[in-house]
Design a protein around this ligand. Structure first.
Ligand code: IPE
Ligand code: IPE
Ligand code: MG
Length: 237
């Protein structure tokens, strides 16, 4: 079976899952976190090299204070528990997105899990947190423009590779397969630049119910497609 090297998932449908089970929205997010713990290990076991998840978007701050607070609480717990499981499974953890908006203890937990797992040689697990593709591009453009203003860079030197290297995903290859759960068929500001040649797969299954069986269906669909060249491979270390 042709296992994609980099699979990205837009985790969607936690709220609808909770509603379906007559539970408060928060418990949908809890079920989503539990499913993610399992999925990370399943992906590593399958031989996926990079697994990226869209966990919290720059737009998600607009949700109710109560829901944002609950999500932050789950991130706290999730990131702390992640370290042990990542170490046990040789997984390297990275985060993309703008983290200054998170509380200091969450930022510290992220730093800790990234540093502790930096030398692990197995799958790379990437969490997009307070991530928005447009925000990421704006931050990259500002950095390049500052270089031009200081005279260390000339506009003519800016090419596609330089832009890629200035995104949060500088060290991560472009996704081969992007999955969105829960029936919606939009990108919602996720990896706009990086998905130029990515294969998309949509599933109606809500994220807390998306398991190995659904993942294998997505991989099978991917395997039957004829791909065009264009993805950016992993940069040399
Ligand atoms: C995805 O589930 C999780 C986050 C965006 C944090 P949603 O909360 O978007 O679930 P629905 O779309 O309301 O079902
Ligand atoms: C996308 O899901 C963002 C994440 C999964 C983190 P949303 O549910 O927030 O996106 P929209 O509102 O349907 O576009
Ligand atoms: Mg949603």
């Amino acid at each position: 079976m042709n296992i994609p090297a980099h699979i990205a998932i837009i985790l969607d449908g936690n709220g609808r899952w909770a509603k379906l089970h007559n539970l408060p929205r928060q418990l949908g997010h809890k079920a989503g976190c539990d499913n993610l713990e399992q999925m990370v290990e399943d992906m590593a076991r399958l031989g996926v090299k990079y697994f990226t998840v869209y966990a919290f978007s720059t737009e998600n701050w607009k949700r109710s204070e109560e829901e944002v607070g609950a999500l932050m609480g789950f991130f706290r717990l999730y990131i702390r528990r992640l370290k042990k499981r990542a170490m046990a499974n040789d997984i390297k953890v990275m985060a993309i997105g703008e983290r200054s908006r998170f509380d200091e203890d969450i930022r510290e937990a992220l730093r800790d899990v990234e540093e502790s797992t930096a030398e692990n040689g197995g799958m790379v697990f990437v969490m997009a947190l307070n991530y928005g593709s447009r925000d990421e591009i704006v931050r990259a453009v500002r950095r390049l423009a500052a270089g031009c203003a200081e005279g260390t860079l000339s506009p003519g030197e800016i090419d596609e590779d330089m832009i890629s290297r200035n995104l949060d995903t500088a060290l991560i290859p472009d996704p081969d397969l992007l999955i969105r759960t829960a029936g919606e068929q939009r990108l919602s500001n996720f990896l706009l630049w990086q998905c130029a040649y990515t294969e998309f797969y949509y599933s109606d299954v809500l994220w807390p119910d998306f398991h190995m069986e659904e993942l294998m269906q997505a991989i099978e669909s991917y395997g039957s497609r004829e791909r065009r060249f264009g993805g950016r491979p992993a940069p040399a270390k």
